[in-house]
Design a protein around this ligand. Sequence first.
Ligand code: ATP
Ligand code: MG
Length: 350
Amino acid sequence: MASEGKHLVGVDIGSSSIKVCEIEEKRGKRSLVRFGYHPLPPETIVDGHIINSSAVVEGLEKLFHKAKRRNVALRASGHSVIIKKISMPLMSSAELDEQVGWEAEHHIPFDLAEVHVDYQVLGRREDESQMDVLLVAAKKEEISDLTNLAMEARLKPTVVDLDAFTIQNVHEVGYGVPQNNETVVLIHVGASLSTVNILANGTTAFTRDIANGGHSITEEIQRTLGISREEAEAYKCGGDGRGIVPKEVPEIINQVVDQLAGEIQRSLDFYLATSGDQTITKIFCSGGTANVQALLKSIQDRARIPVELLDPLTVAQPDTKRVDPVSLQGRTAQLAVAMGLALRKERERN
Ligand SMILES: Nc1ncnc2c1ncn2[C@@H]1O[C@H](COP(=O)(O)OP(=O)(O)OP(=O)(O)O)[C@@H](O)[C@H]1O
Ligand SMILES: [Mg+2]
């Protein structure tokens, strides 16, 4: 991806909180010069739909109070987007531009008048005269709802991207493009959505969204113990400040996490069974729920591959004059998407 100009400000509007990252580049060195975090009230975003838009606008206004840079890259929820990997006969990019609409018609179960279709050539298989193309279709209405909301907070939305691709960007920049014989799995687990992105030979070979995340752990603790959401959330995250956690909590966490890890493993099994790929080399986890050790362990036990936390700070280290390292404590796993968005620039050619 060729890009120039200044970095956009990354704005990740998730169902539990808004995360903002801003990167500056000086003499080829990137630094994180701003980090913002704003929790959202429950039910602000449900099933990927922004229900309480004023809570989001208020949050954005707070996070951008007095901010000079307002050109932003936004994260769109996976609920409003369909991603499909398809095979097409080899052709030039001009031909592909013409053909891709026809192909989308076959592969995208939405009315084409209602979606933006974008694509990326993943690889050319000259010997078979075929090429692999990634089709991305986003519902226009949901994308414009999102950008309108940002504009209401006096932001200038320039780019809209998805969790899977922003995390891929973080991995590529922070850890390097995977080698040709490597298969790397990037798993992002937020509060209500999880995304699996499998990279083979450096490009996406498989992606899947799973409508499950850390919120279901909180809900289960809340339901079983008959306590408030805030208490359940505190127990999940390690205690009530005095380190006291009811003995049932680890058991509940294990139970919910096991289900989620099972769904993730089904995606990995499906990929291995259908791709002809034999082994997965590495698994990285990000998102707030990657802080749950039991989840990493459960994924690792099933896949029998070490699971590593994806560290978004490999992309840009905080400039300590402008970002208080304390504000990042316990939040690094959560800022991966915003960091990936902040890598995007004002002028890009995909
Ligand atoms: N230390 C921790 N231990 C356990 N869970 C944690 C911890 N820190 C954060 N979480 C959980 O991570 C989730 C928030 O993560 P994240 O910010 O990635 O989600 P989101 O972007 O708001 O949601 P989504 O993208 O799924 O809509 C919450 O469910 C929160 O409880
Ligand atoms: Mg998220």
